[in-house]
Structure formats: C-alpha cells, structure tokens
Design a protein around this ligand. Structure first.
Ligand code: C2O
Length: 546
C-alpha cells in the first residue's frame, strides 16, 4: 500500500463562466478541484492550506474514516474550521472500500466550487469484479451560481426566505452546449468504437437531484457510493447530491457525437423550476479518413420529465448488492426519524420572507432543528468532556404511526426546537433507522447522508411507514449499500448499519439549503473494549475554535 501526499491550497481564483469572469473559491486554482486516485489500503495525507477569505474545512464524502474520526471534516462536528491563513493535514487510510467517492468543502456553501473526485481502485493485482474497462472517466455534476454562493445563503438566512436558485448545472465544471457562451468549453469524452468505458458519475450539485442519460447508449450500473452492485442496465440514472454511480458504457453505436446530459429531478410538486440541461459529449474517434468531427451536432438528449417520480423510483429499485453481503436480520436499535421542512413564526422586528410573509424556513429531524455549536467541535467536546456543547437526548423512538400530511400534523411540529442534540450508540450495535418524509411545508425527496458509515437500504415506500405491514418488504438478502439515500417524496426509507466506528457522526440532508435550515442530527458512537475500538487522541494541528 502507498502513502499519497497532496497539498490543497484553498484560494480565490478568477474563472470565466456564462459570459463573465467570477472570483470563486477553488482548490489549487482548479474547477473541479484535483482528482485523487488511490488504491484500497492506501493512505492519503492532504495538507489543506487556507488562503481564502473564508473559514473552510474539507470532508472526504463516503470515506469510512475507521479509526480516524478527526479527519472527517464537517465544521463544528469533527473539527473547528481552518481559519484564513491556517492549515490542517487530513490523514486517513482507505479500508475495505472500492469505487468512486469525492471530497468537498463542509463550511457554509463553499462546496459549490470546492469539490473533486476521489477514485479508489482495487489493490495491486486485484481486478474489478466487472472486468477491465478500456478507459475510466470521472464526470462530476455540479451547480453554478453567477453570484457568490456564500452570499446567496447568507442573504436567505437574513430574510428567512428560500435562497436564489443556481444559474446552470455543470459537468466537470462546464455548463455545456445548452447554455450561453459555454459551447467551446463543453466537456468532451473521447472514445473508440467497440470499447467499454467506465464512467464515474458524482452528484456534487448543491440543491438538486439529477437525471442522467446518454444519447442512444445504455448504461450498466456496477457500483454506487463505492459499493459494488449487481450489474443493472438502464437508460437513465437518478443521482441525488452526495451519491455516486459507476456505469459501464459500450461504444456500440454509429461513430459520431452523443450527448451525456443531466437535468434536475424535482420531486416537490408545484415548485417553479427552470428547465435547463447540462451536457458533455461522447466523441467517437472512428479512425476513418473523413472527419465527421465537431461539425456534427448530437441529437437532443432524451431525459425523463423533471417531475417523473416513477422514473426515479424504478431506478432506485434496480440497484441491488451482490449476494455476498452480510445483512443482520435483527437490530439492537430500531429508531424512527422524521425528515422535512418546518416554519418558525417571526419575532417582532425579524425579516420574514418565508411562506405567507410571516414565517421563516427551518427544517428538522424529529422536530429538532440542528444547531451547529460555535465554541468547540462536537468530537473535541466529547473527547475532553467539555460541558455545555451538546446534549445526548436526541428524541428517537421505535417506529410510530406518523401522519405525514400537513393538515393533521400537531402544531408543535410546525415549529421545531433549535438544539444541538446527539443520539448515543453503543459500540457494535446494529442500528435500524426509519426515515419518514413529512409534508408539513412541502413533500420532497431528501437525500440523507450518514458520515462515517455505509448502510444497507432495507426498503423504501410511499405514504406512512407502517411497521407491521412494511417489515415484510425488508430486503435482508441483497439490499443496496450506500452512504446517501434519497428518501422518497411523501414516503420513507429504512436503513441499517453497524455502529463499529467510535466518534461523532453527522447525518444530514445533502441539499445544502436544508442542512443550513437544520435538517441534521449526529450520532455519538461510544468506544468499545478492544484496542482498536477506542477514540484516538486528536492530531496536534487540529484547528480549534479559539
Ligand atoms: Cu457530502 Cu456532510 O457531506
């Protein structure tokens, strides 16, 4: 196994998009940031040097961080932010994971431009279970704002209203052919007739789930979130923010140019939406005498309608793990958590740009709107037993009958309680969670991401989760394994993991606007009794809050 050393300089960089030059925050001047390529078993040492005018942290999304919770990265959870002028070295080893993950800023909305791919190949001498592709291409889906994203969310927090939507979707940082002044820079993927390419899709968009398709080509899904799947062939993918999807594509069509295209899947009904599409181009190199080249316009990409929940549901249902996975058929903790938006009534003198002009948006899990601490990180406070930073009384109970419709929800659920509450877990316990979408403000998909763990998705459904009836649907044989689940609109998902990684682990909606509003909670996983089961001391350069 190797040790890879990298330097990430977070800095302000001029970048031209959509006809104008913008000063954005990048890593090493690149958008997307550098691609990290490692093998399973390797160690990464990334020294992050903050030369930007903002506080920043970097999160290694999906990396389990076994034994290295101090390297996880969410600000005020596992570390305090790296101040302008400061630095912090993230050191971690990749254990038992192969496939595509990514890294991104975990402070304010900086991840709009601070993100990149993290590719994990099998150990030397070991092959992919799906054979050797002729080429591998990371394709990172993103979202672009002409305005400064940090200002966009600050403004929304000031007024209590919804933030402005982005100006474009992007693939590898480029909006593509369907946007103004973007054609020349459209991402090109050169391919050869007959070959098979492994395309590694990552959804790094801030606030949108995305449908993806390729003109005239089928895709075979072979991995999601760095867990292998049974090969599953499809015309369209639905990727939620935080998720990755690896697909094999065989170049079996007439040699010309084809769009790889993505556009938003909007699960909430009645939300106005700018129906725009980002694109890259598969360019066949036929090796023939005539140059059909860039003169040939690809056909307009076929994608599901923006509100096609049936397409999203069918895609999710197609993903299965290989049958070699081991799924516990019992749980030590069986918990119910609502996920959804709520509203605060305005106090006199407050701005109130939420619904009806007398409310401010909020969001919660089990009626608690998560508040990030300011004086310490949760993990540091836990390790040194610093009082007053958090409590361990996050309210989670065994599944209850919950009416998700707004009309019948108790008034209390409309006004969640802001608090920093953790849920404690015994080391090694099998944890089963029911995630139930609410429609108190609006029903919609919530991509729920758990730090530090992969989980199995035992079942998903619409309506209210009903333990007696829905337990029949639990897949304990080949459930998909992920780190982010798109909890269906007006529905639920049941996930399960083993709490074998001591530390404090954030769980949150990966739509950034929702995490800003408090759609988050954290688990405190206690130490076990074995030598490798207790929390290591913090690294000496761990950033502190003061
Ligand atoms: Cu990819 Cu907490 O995030």
């Amino acid at each position: 196994a190797e040790v890879h050393q990298h330097e990430f300089v977070v800095q302000e960089t001029p970048v031209e998009r959509l006809c104008n030059t913008h000063h954005i925050i990048t890593v090493n001047g690149q958008l997307p940031g550098p691609t990290l390529e490692v093998r399973e078993g390797d160690t990464l040492e990334v020294n992050v040097i903050n030369q930007a005018p903002y506080d920043v942290t970097i999160h290694w999304h999906g990396i389990r961080q076994l034994g290295t919770p101090w390297a996880d990265g969410p600000e005020f959870v596992t570390q305090c932010p790296i101040k302008p002028g400061g630095s912090y070295k993230y050191v971690f080893t990749i254990k038992g994971q192969e496939g595509t993950l990514w890294w991104h800023a975990h402070s304010s909305w900086l991840r709009a431009t601070v993100y990149g791919a993290l590719i994990i190949r099998p150990r030397e001498g070991k092959e992919y279970p799906f054979g050797k592709p002729h080429r591998e291409v990371p394709l990172i889906l993103g979202e672009w704002w002409n305005a400064n994203p940090v200002e966009v969310i600050r403004e929304a927090q000031r007024t209590g209203g919804a933030p402005n939507v982005s100006d474009a979707f992007t693939i590898n940082g480029q909006p593509g052919d369907f946007y103004n002044c973007s054609k020349k820079e459209t991402t090109a993927v050169p391919v050869k007739p007959g070959e098979t390419a492994l395309l590694r899709f990552i959804n790094a968009a801030l606030n949108h789930e995305l449908f993806v398709s390729i003109g005239q080509h089928k895709m075979t899904v072979v991995a999601v979130d760095a867990s292998y799947t049974k090969p599953f062939t499809t015309d369209v993918l639905m990727i939620a923010p935080g998720q990755t999807t690896d697909v094999l594509v065989t170049m079996d069509q007439p040699p010309t140019r084809y769009y790889v295209a993505a556009r938003a899947y909007i699960s909430s009904q009645g939300v106005p939406f700018d129906n725009t599409t980002t694109s890259a181009v598969l360019e066949y190199d036929c090796g023939c005498a005539t140059d059909f080249g860039p003169k040939i316009q690809p056909a307009f990409p076929a994608l599901p309608a923006f509100n096609d929940t049936a397409a999203a549901t069918a895609f999710a249902a197609g993903i299965k793990s290989p049958e070699t996975v081991k799924v516990h058929d019992h749980a030590d903790e069986y918990l119910f958590l609502t996920v959804g938006l709520g509203l605060f009534n305005c106090e006199p003198g407050q701005l109130c740009a939420g619904p009806n002009n007398n409310t401010r948006f909020t969001a919660s899990m089990n009626n608690v709107s998560f508040v990030f601490p300011k004086t310490d990180s949760l993990l540091h406070a836990h390790y040194y037993k610093v009082p007053g930073v958090f409590t361990t009384d996050f309210p989670a109970y065994p599944p209850v009958q919950f009416d998700y419709t707004a009309q019948n929800v108790s008034r209390a659920l409309w006004q969640p309680v802001p608090a920093t509450k953790l849920y404690p877990l015994r080391y090694g316990s099998v944890v089963r969670l029911v995630l139930q979408d609410t429609s108190i403000v609006t029903p919609e998909n919530h991509p729920i991401h758990l730090h530090g763990y992969d989980f199995f998705i035992l079942a998903e459904g619409f309506g209210n989760f009903d333990h007696k009836k829905d337990i029949e649907k639990f897949n304990l044989v080949d459930p998909p394994q992920r780190n982010t689940v798109a909890v269906p609109v007006n529905g639920w998902a049941v996930i399960q993991f083993v709490a074998d990684n001591p530390g404090v682990w954030l769980m949150h909606c990966h739509l950034d606007v929702h995490i800003t509003w408090g759609l988050a909670m954290a688990f405190l996983v206690h130490d076990g009794y074995g030598e490798l089961q207790s929390l290591a001391a913090p690294p000496v350069d761990l950033p502190m809050c003061k």
